[in-house]
Write a protein that binds this ligand. Structure first.
Ligand SMILES: Cc1ncc(COP(=O)(O)O)c(C=O)c1O
Length: 367
């Protein structure tokens, strides 16, 4: 049996007619930039995120970059974030000219450890960028308190956590703004790249909208240097179809996670910890195991997809050498990078596939 990490063809088969009709609408209209589909998606993403405003973006990366640029973050500034994240979080900070300042993670949730954040604040700190990893939000209350005390912005990297909640608040709705990714493998993924920024700040919303069009307002008159950060209407059309299914898909992921949680209870396999204040959307289901790399080889041999998110923390990346971090600086992030493994949790997994994946994983450590 083959169990891929993700099977987008299985999902597409269930929505194909609607997707083709929605894409055809855009093509027939020939509104190829902006237009009603983008506006409708922005309104709907704002609504599901309990935010007043949403601004489409060309990718999750560009959502983050636009956010930082619109907050005027740049050379001489510092942004506090986690070293255990996808590259884009940190790459965007560096691209603005600001310096990323890392804080280690909570080993249970893999999210930034709020208890370590305040000691990283300096007079140069402009923002904190918590990343809601694997579908679960960061413990946001202490982050917000530190931000208030030191007058900092909070940019939520919610690329992996759209519609997940913390104490009932939606991802993206707690900070100054929140950024989503519609990369195809995400819970809500397009047929290509896409992203979105949400905020309750009207002035910031206006600035982000101008920034995404090269900072021009009116056209050909540039207030500041922005970029082409626009969401493609064909992507918006696909995403509108998929958004209608998001809750049911997230529910199916949670059911799959419950299945694994029961299977792995009292075994050598450490299951994902979900804080009682949080509802996870399980963008990934990440286990922790000893001898992880041997398990990876075993799963590949047995036809089971898996992926290491992330094998090398950001402070040890070659391109960030100049930041001056070294091995041992963030022991929890480093340990996690050697032990974590994401296994298939996508909504269309059949009972047989889950059973096979779980049993294959459990058969391994005993060998
Ligand atoms: C935590 C995190 N931040 C940012 C991004 C960037 O999103 P995108 O791939 O849409 O540019 C991703 C997605 O891969 C992500 O997982």
């Amino acid at each position: 049996m083959q169990v891929p990490l993700l099977d987008l063809k299985a999902q597409y088969a269930t929505i194909k007619t609607d997707v083709l009709a929605a894409v055809s609408d855009v093509l027939e209209s020939q509104r190829c930039i902006g237009g009603p589909k983008v506006t409708e998606l922005e309104e709907k993403i704002a609504a599901v995120s309990d935010c007043k405003f949403a601004i489409g973006a060309s990718s999750g990366t560009d959502a983050i970059l636009n956010s930082l640029m619109s907050l005027d973050i740049g050379a001489g500034d510092e942004v506090i974030t986690t070293p255990f994240t996808f590259f884009a979080t940190v790459g965007c900070i560096v691209r603005t000219g600001a310096r990323p300042v890392f804080v280690d993670i909570d080993p249970k949730t893999y999210n930034i450890d709020p208890a370590l954040v305040e000691q990283a604040v300096t007079e140069k700190t402009k923002a904190i960028m918590p990343v809601h990893l694997f579908g679960q939000m960061v413990d946001m209350d202490p982050i917000v308190e530190i931000a208030r005390k030191h007058d900092l912005d909070v940019v939520e990297d919610a690329a992996q956590s759209i519609t997940s909640t913390y104490k009932g608040s939606k991802a993206g709705s707690i900070g100054t703004l929140g950024c989503f990714s519609f990369f195809p493998s995400k819970n809500l993924g397009g047929a290509g790249d896409g992203g979105m920024i949400v905020t309750n700040d009207e002035q910031l919303h206006d600035r982000i909208k101008i920034m995404r069009n090269h900072g021009s307002n009116p056209k050909y008159y540039h207030k500041f240097v922005g970029g082409n950060f626009r969401l493609d209407p064909i992507q918006a059309a696909v995403l509108l179809v998929k958004l209608a299914h998001l809750d049911e898909w997230s529910e199916a992921r949670r059911r799959n996670a419950d299945f694994y949680n029961k299977k792995f209870a009292d075994t050598i396999v450490e299951t994902p910890y979900v804080h009682p204040d949080c509802v996870s959307i399980y963008n990934q289901y990440v286990i922790r195991v000893p001898r992880r790399d041997q398990l990876v080889a075993h799963l590949r041999e047995q036809g089971i997809g898996c992926e290491i998110y992330y094998p090398r923390p950001m402070h040890l990346q070659e391109c960030f050498r100049d930041l001056g971090y070294k091995e041992g600086d963030f022991p929890q992030a480093e340990k996690a990078s050697k032990e974590v493994l994401a296994i298939p949790v996508y909504p269309e997994l059949t009972d047989g596939m889950k059973q096979y994946a779980a049993e294959t994983i459990l058969s391994y450590p005993a060998r």
